[in-house]
Design a protein around this ligand. Structure first.
Ligand SMILES: [Mg+2]
Length: 358
């Protein structure tokens, strides 16, 4: 029997759930966390499942939400509360394994490779016990994806929300993963999905079975996505260093040196996506983007650009990146590219980014 040591845990309707955990009477009633409940102009940041039954969704205008559900209870966001629950949830993860890598405020990967023998090598039993512990101690429900590697576990954790537990074995990939739309693939941004559609790649299976030559315009990003679609992922669960974070950054060594003109938006897209995810996990924000690259002669260059407002979206990063590279273009082949934010400050509640399923 092959072992499935990786768990991706994702809290259900997290912001709303924190308020329900604080006040049990809210559990069965439709509630929404909204930008500014005192004006009609706020937007929904998160809704619990009873509210979703009325068709209330993240990013919906508050006025429309109230129209759909006049009894909707709206609550102003309380970032400190979410942060506190996030920390307590991570403490429980650490009772299962020291190897925990947070992906956002309410998501993390756990690597149980060295603990599975305590669970008779059955990660489903370990996962159920984890869900029970989190519900009993915090009053939150989490959904789990369990698989052989990080990408596959993340891919399936939202298949059965709320309180879901989805196991994906490697041999089930063709039957269960491949029929799904390619934009569900972790790391496949909308720009990439659009290009793939032009080449008739609509499902994850189409991508997995595509010829490498078809994906050539996407460069290394295309190869990585194709490997993911095939279920291949050799990245490790890496616990963050226990330091007070003033910056976040991501970088990637390229498997071969790339000419400047071969560095397209698609080359940067996965780095930007990863950077934004890491930024979200800190609960902080920044106005300064740092771009880094290392030439084939191992000389490292960094460029920074400061925006007039905090940078919250991938498209803002891309615009700033274009500005930097226009101002001081890369002139020789590169072997490594990286992006980062520096001088992080705490996000104000009303500016919080929202996710599709918090
Ligand atoms: Mg979630």
């Amino acid at each position: 029997m092959d072992l499935l040591p990786i768990i991706h845990a994702d809290a259900d309707a997290f912001y709303a759930a924190c308020h329900m955990a604080e006040d049990d009477t809210l559990r069965s009633r439709p509630i929404a966390v909204a930008g500014d409940p005192n004006t009609r102009h706020g937007v929904i940041l998160a809704a619990n499942y009873p509210a979703r039954a009325y068709g209330i969704r993240t990013a919906m205008r508050l006025g429309e939400a109230r129209y759909r559900c006049p009894d909707l209870i709206t609550i102003a966001p309380q970032r400190e509360l979410y942060k506190a629950y996030s920390i307590r949830m991570r403490e429980i993860f650490h009772l299962w394994t020291p190897c925990v890598e947070p992906l956002s405020i309410d998501e993390a990967w756990l690597d149980l490779s060295h603990q599975l023998n305590q669970w008779k090598n059955d990660s489903v039993t370990a996962g159920r016990a984890l869900q029970d512990a989190i519900f009993q101690r915090l009053g939150l429900t989490v959904s789990l994806g369990i698989s052989a590697n990080k990408m596959l576990a993340k891919q399936v954790s939202d298949w059965d929300k709320p309180s879901g537990l989805t196991v994906l074995r490697v041999e089930e990939i063709p039957e269960r993963l491949w029929p799904r739309p390619v934009e569900e693939l972790f790391g496949c941004g909308p720009a990439t999905a659009k290009r793939l559609a032009q080449w008739d790649i609509e499902t994850i299976g189409d991508l997995a079975k595509s010829m490498p030559t078809v994906l050539q315009p996407l460069g290394i990003h295309g190869e990585r996505l194709r490997a993911r679609a095939q279920g291949l992922d050799d990245t490790s669960v890496i616990p963050p260093r226990a330091t007070d974070r003033q910056s976040v950054s991501v970088e990637r060594t390229l498997p071969y040196n790339l000419l400047p003109r071969a560095l397209t938006d698609q080359s940067w897209e996965p780095l930007i996506a990863e950077l934004m995810t890491r930024l979200e996990a800190t609960g902080m924000e920044s106005t300064t983007l740092v771009v880094k690259y290392r030439t084939r002669h191992f000389i490292t260059h960094t460029r920074r650009i400061t925006s007039s407002a905090a940078i919250h979206t991938a498209s803002q990063v891309l615009i700033l990146l274009h500005q930097i590279l226009k101002r001081s273009p890369i002139t020789e082949p590169v072997r490594l590219i990286g992006l980062g934010f520096v001088d992080l400050t705490l996000v104000k509640a009303e500016q919080m980014r929202f996710w599709d399923d918090l």
